[in-house]
Design a protein around this ligand. Structure first.
Ligand code: ATP
Ligand code: MG
Length: 599
């Protein structure tokens, strides 16, 4: 083995760059955070070619003193903390003194700056980490950092970069997060000479409306709860404004955008009763607490945090959100009067191969369960042909009878309340929750197929197009292989549109747009490898749920029997994916007892 040696500083920085700035969006995040830490009121971003060719952030902040300028590009040099105590109480976005050094190590960087007291500005340039002498420059008060040719000297990293559009999509998401957190700061974003966002200094409500749309703002409830030094503020959308992806979920801890399992869990719990499991609430929330109670130094890009008392935070979040939702339901706030449509997403497309004229309601909309489902934003349109297509046969014709003549789950008698299938078997009455059962069957099919390499795909007769965010477009470009493995064929159609060409064969009757959004949301949040490794079951469960027959679909007897036969053929079909039972049995003896027969 070669002798142990110390790495030179450039190599150290290049390695660090791999962690801290793995793509232009990460560099943009660091530059924007520096501007905010410098108390900028106006921040302008200019980018060329997805930020790869050029990424420039200009602010009107405090600037850097001439003497300190070389230090700014050095590793472990920061003006933000000096002691461990400071680190434990840090409120600035930066604290490691690592970002600029990392970016400089993998680019051509020019930093121009001027303090309010300075007669003129100063400039420092660095090429692949080699820093030139400081020289005078004409400049406004503030700092401009220009990064050119990112990763020009680290070809391995450069290879991981995607198309300009993809990289820009990620940059835009970073820009939005920061913009939401600081509405008082005026911000613009330019890409290839075109202005994409121009946000004046504004109120939080105005900024949210600007970035997330009027619909979101209109149906949202303002919330402000405080307890024992912890405060939660922000907007949560009425449950009717729900999404198939987690794309409208912005959570900030002490002003820093974070993704956190504990927070996600508390939110999910709070929305549990008002939102269908597979739909996601939309919110922009700010949690503020004593910086000593949260550790921000746990992740290279600081996107995760660690609470010193996670249980207390979880409880507080859950209660604050539940309270707001309960108030909304009681009609004491704007949320209750919110529009009752699932807004913010394109309306669902008619399922392929479906004859929508055949879909009926067992209850008129506005009555009982039907209206409840609608309120929760669940689409109820489903083709009655589902079972025939799905199971590929007319079940009554070929029921595999047991030696006793009756299959275990018996034969269907009819449907109850649009929810349950009633059947008769040798023991008595069988009651099946049809949605739960169908969901389970499809989940098991998907799982088995994926275990055997990939889920078979079904080409749509008519491809479905859908509006998509730049981030969604980026995800499609980046995850072609994974999507194919899952049975999808998606392609970018234009700057804001996607086309779904194929869907997983077992789910061919589901709404393709909904399915695609759902799967992209999962990949966007967890990344390809984690989706496949840790979240595979949840991902498949989500897909199955979207495709499963909804309540209030009238089934024909053959369809009901087909469902019973599929249940018998499916492992673990006694429980749905959420652990609830899918069917139950009431024996003749129990029925007799109810009617006091033979007593
Ligand atoms: N836009 C800016 N305006 C004023 N000072 C800046 C600006 N950008 C960087 N600096 C100065 O340069 C120093 C180094 O910046 P850098 O981003 O590398 O580290 P940091 O922000 O201190 O910590 P982190 O690595 O966590 O971001 C900062 O501490 C700050 O003093
Ligand atoms: Mg920084």
């Amino acid at each position: 083995m070669p002798a142990i040696r110390k790495l030179d500083e450039l190599l150290i920085n290049q390695i660090a760059a791999g962690e801290v700035v793995d793509r232009p969006a990460a560099a943009l995040k660091e530059l924007l955070e520096n501007s905010l830490d410098a108390r900028a009121r106006v921040v302008e971003v200019e980018m060329q070619s997805g930020g790869i060719k050029q990424l420039k952030v200009i602010d009107d902040g405090e600037g850097i003193e001439k003497d300190e300028l070389p230090l700014a590009l050095e590793q472990h040099a920061t003006s933000k903390i000096t002691t461990l105590d400071d680190l434990e109480r840090v409120l600035s976005l930066g604290f490691r003194g690592e970002a600029l050094a990392s970016i400089a190590a993998v680019s051509q960087l020019t930093l121009t700056t001027r303090t309010a007291a300075g007669q003129h500005g100063w400039r420092i340039q660095s090429s692949g980490g080699t820093v030139a002498a400081v020289e005078p420059a004409a400049a406004r008060v503030g700092t401009a950092v220009e990064v050119r040719d990112l990763y020009y000297n680290t070809p391995a990293r450069r290879k991981f970069l995607r198309t300009d559009g993809t990289e820009f999509g990620h940059c835009e998401e970073v820009f939005k997060r920061i913009a939401l957190s600081r509405p008082e700061v005026s911000m613009t974003l330019q890409h290839n000479g075109r202005t994409q966002w121009r946000l004046p200094s504004q109120t939080f409500q105005q900024r949210t409306r600007g970035l997330l749309g009027e619909e979101f703002e209109a149906v949202s409830l303002w919330l402000d709860e405080q307890s024992a030094g912890v405060r939660l503020r922000g907007l949560i959308a009425a449950p009717t404004f729900n999404r198939s992806a987690r794309d409208y979920q912005y959570f900030f801890v002490n002003g820093r955008f974070v993704r956190d399992r504990l927070i996600a869990h508390a939110v999910r719990e709070a929305f549990h009763d008002v939102l269908h499991q597979q739909r996601h609430p939309a919110f922009v929330l700010f949690l503020d607490l004593d910086p000593g109670r949260v550790d921000v130094n746990v992740h290279p890009t600081k996107i995760e945090v660690r609470f010193r008392d996670p249980r207390a935070v979880h409880q507080f979040l859950f209660h604050a959100l539940s309270k707001a939702l309960a108030a909304a339901r009681a009609g004491t706030s704007s949320i209750a009067t919110a529009a009752h449509a699932t807004v913010g997403e394109p309306t669902s497309h008619a399922p392929q191969g479906a004859n929508s004229a055949t879909s009926r309601w067992s209850l008129a909309p506005g009555q009982g369960f039907a209206s409840h489902q609608e309120t929760m934003g669940l689409g109820s349109r489903q083709p009655t042909a589902t079972y025939d297509v799905l199971f590929g046969r007319k079940a009554t014709l070929e029921i595999p009878a047991t030696p006793a003549g009756v299959p275990p789950l018996g034969f269907a008698l009819g449907q109850l309340g649009g929810i349950y299938v009633l059947a008769q078997n040798r023991h008595g009455l069988v009651i099946v929750d049809m949605h739960a059962a169908h969901e389970r069957i499809m989940y098991e099919k998907l799982k088995t197929a994926l275990e055997l390499d990939r889920i078979p795909t079904q080409r749509l007769l008519i491809p479905t197009t859908l509006n998509a965010s730049r981030l969604e477009l980026a995800l499609v470009e980046e995850n072609e292989d994974l999507l194919r493995q899952l049975g999808f064929e998606l392609a970018v159609l234009g700057p804001a549109a996607l086309v779904v060409r194929s869907v997983p064969a077992p789910l061919q009757d589901a709404d393709p747009a909904e399915l695609a959004r759902n799967v992209l949301g999962e990949i966007g949040e967890y990344g390809t490898t984690r989706v496949l490794r840790e979240r595979r079951e949840e991902l498949l469960a989500g897909m199955a749920c979207h495709a499963a027959v909804r309540a209030n679909r009238i089934l024909t007897l053959p369809e009901m029997n087909a469902l019973l036969r599929e249940m018998e053929a499916t492992d673990r079909s006694g429980q749905c994916n959420h652990g609830r039972p899918t069917w139950t049995q009431i024996s003749m003896t129990e029925l007799d007892r109810l009617f006091q027969r033979g007593q």
